[in-house]
Design a protein around this ligand. Structure first.
Ligand code: ADE
Length: 271
């Protein structure tokens, strides 16, 4: 996979040289280039922003430096001999006004050949850039969550890490990807290590039993409990049609019944 990030603060992306993502780059599993938007300006002050039409607070990013930067990164992959029928690169525009980023989107984006991230600052990028970019890219405004950051860079760090770790060979033990939170629509079960008794707190005895069937069931039911407790919104989406009898009973104990393949909180509101 090739990733291009365009930002007025390229140093902000330095952490992508570290740890698993840094190693993936060194190993050639991921080609990641960070571009300074200001190198695509033509005036002596290297201006990237201007006042908003219609008035209001703050500044808006000017369209032309963005068009030049995006043409340059789109052209780079075309020039690299991309096949006629190859997909357009995906342009991700981090924005609190975008679709929500989640694990499913991370998996989807991990299948792409090229991702380009356009880090906006100030009040955002002139909207015409987003429309114009559709000619060269599949454009996706994406939000990290319902809060406002000062710019797209922190969101890019999070998204590149979430996507990059799904690329083949990046995570040493791919089994760890299967069991983690959100991989099956549930939160992860709690984990413990030695010593088995620490500050008068004991590890749940089933984990010391050596009974792998019981351990698997305990972990699964802990996932149910945790998800019901912390993220009941996830359970509304959960496919409960193929749950075992033991799993249904575990949900019953948590106050959920299975109705038409979906979990329904007993005494909850009908829609
Ligand atoms: N830029 C500013 N706030 C953001 C958010 N919540 N998600 C993605 N990009 C952003």
């Amino acid at each position: 996979m090739r990733i291009d990030v365009v930002s007025i603060f390229p140093e902000y992306l330095a952490p992508l040289e570290l740890s698993l993502i840094g190693k993936a780059r060194q190993d050639g599993l991921l080609e990641l280039n960070v571009h300074d938007l200001r190198t695509f300006t033509t005036d002596k002050h290297r201006t990237v922003d201007d006042t908003p039409y219609g008035g209001g607070a703050g500044m808006v990013m000017k369209p032309e430096p963005w068009a030049k930067a995006l043409e340059s990164v789109a052209g780079a992959s075309e020039g690299a001999g991309a096949a006629e029928d190859s997909r357009k690169p995906v342009l991700i525009v981090p924005s609190p006004a975008g679709e929500r980023f989640n694990q499913a989107l991370a998996y989807e984006l991990a299948e792409e050949e090229q991702l380009v991230f356009a880090c906006g600052r100030y009040e955002g990028i002139d909207e015409r850039v987003i429309e114009w970019a559709e000619e060269h890219f599949t454009v996706r405004p994406v939000s990290l969550g319902d809060y406002v950051l000062n710019g797209g860079e922190v969101a890019v760090l999070a998204m590149v890490e979430a996507i990059g770790r799904l690329l083949p060979g990046v995570v040493g033990n791919p089994e760890s990807l299967i069991e983690e939170s959100h991989s099956d629509g549930l939160l992860e079960y709690p984990v413990f290590t030695k010593p088995s008794s620490w500050r008068e707190r004991d590890v749940p005895p089933v984990l010391l039993s050596g009974n792998h069937g019981k351990i698997a069931q305990w972990r699964r039911h802990e996932q149910f409990r945790r998800t019901a407790d912390r993220r009941p919104d996830l359970l509304a989406e959960f496919d409960a049609g193929s749950l075992s009898r033991a799993d249904r009973n575990a949900f019953k104990d948590l106050g959920y019944d299975v109705v038409d393949g979906r979990l329904r909180l007993r005494g909850g509101q009908e829609d």
